[in-house]
Design a protein around this ligand. Structure first.
Ligand code: UDP
Ligand code: MG
Length: 326
């Protein structure tokens, strides 16, 4: 498999401080991989400038002129990490057999690329990079992140714990990804829904070498909300459940009220208003839940997600063909 064309995609937002070191480290890595014939000499390192306000694009341009292994695309404005990664993936797929996305600060260990390629050579289409530890994160970031994965899984989204956007995708997976037209992009949730053979490699995370994190608390929160609401209609379904529970409670409350009424423990007018409060409350919740069920369906329909992807064909002429690889 010496001829695999590998593209690395690095989203960059105001990364002038780390880019030179990142470029140097990746150049070395590529030299080794090309020398060992693990990847083709046509492989490239692609920087996606996500509307940076600093010298990021100028540095990318210089790198491109200095060494043909570097290339870049410049987004018209800041569109956020997920969109920057997507832009890189969709652009790279035209030339690449395999694309690996990784953060520009190289907090993620680039030696895991070897393991990812190995998994790819063994037939995987998706290789998720999963971090071993969270020692480099502060207490708050660590626990909010872990809580986030738990909540996502509870909400029915197939995220992989401790996997961020460091992953290998083959061309055919990116072709499938290109069929998703959704605007609220949450790649970590989307990729597992696409399918194809996949595996995990573990890697260590290190401190950011320079510059600051571009994920502010506000960006992280809106990312989490986006993730849940883009994948799950469970919050809406929970309203229906709550409505049912309230209905059960209200039946009990009504029975006790009627009992109190006949045993004379009430003042005039209390029993009827008490019963109706419970009943109306639970009926309202239940009705909201039912409306929610329909809205959930409409919501899912509006995404126009592809309904299936074919991984392989067995045709009558006896040949097996893999989509995108034929
Ligand atoms: N990033 C981006 N657009 C943004 C925010 C971040 O392209 O609006 C990039 C950033 O340059 C980096 C990656 O996304 O390559 C991850 O960001 P960062 O390292 O700041 O996040 P953290 O590692 O702190 O979670
Ligand atoms: Mg980082």
């Amino acid at each position: 498999m010496g001829q695999t064309i590998l593209y690395l995609v690095l989203p960059c937002y105001n990364e002038e401080e780390v880019l030179p070191a990142t470029a140097e480290a990746l150049k070395k890595k590529y030299h080794t991989l090309i020398r060992e014939k693990r990847i083709s000499a046509e492989s490239k390192i692609m920087f996606v400038n996500d509307g940076s306000h600093d010298n990021t694009w100028r540095i990318i341009t210089e790198l491109f002129h200095e060494n043909p292994v570097f290339c870049g695309i410049n987004l018209s404005r800041n569109r956020g990490h997920q969109n920057a990664v997507l832009a890189g993936l969709l652009t790279a797929r035209e030339k690449a057999d395999v694309v690996i996305s990784i953060d520009a600060d190289l907090q993620q260990d680039i030696d895991a690329i070897d393991l990812m390629l190995e998994k790819y050579e063994n037939g995987c289409d998706v290789v998720y990079g999963v971090r071993n530890t969270r020692n480099t994160d502060g207490w708050i970031k660590k626990n909010t992140a872990l809580g986030f994965y738990k909540l996502m899984q509870f909400m029915g989204c197939e995220v992989i714990t401790n996997h961020a956007d460091y992953r290998l995708l083959t061309k055919r997976v990116i072709e499938s990804l290109a069929q998703y037209g959704e605007v609220n992009l949450f790649l970590r949730g989307l990729i597992p829904t696409i399918g194809y053979p996949s595996d995990i490699v573990y890697f260590e995370v290190r401190e950011r070498q320079a510059g600051k994190s571009k994920y502010t608390m506000q960006k992280m929160l809106s990312f989490a909300v986006d993730g849940i609401t883009s994948f799950s209609i469970k919050p809406l379904q929970l309203i229906t459940l709550l409505g049912f529970l309230m209905l059960l409670v209200s039946i009990v409350m009504i029975l006790t009220t009627v009992y109190d009424y006949y045993t004379g423990h009430t003042v005039p007018g209390w029993a009827s208003s008490y019963c109706s409060t419970w009943l109306i409350g639970s009926i309202q919740l239940l009705s909201l839940g039912i409306i929610g069920e329909y809205i959930g369906k409409i919501y899912l329909e509006t995404k126009h997600r592809p309904r299936y992807h074919i991984e392989a064909f067995l045709w009558k002429d006896g040949k097996e063909e893999k989509e995108g690889l034929s």
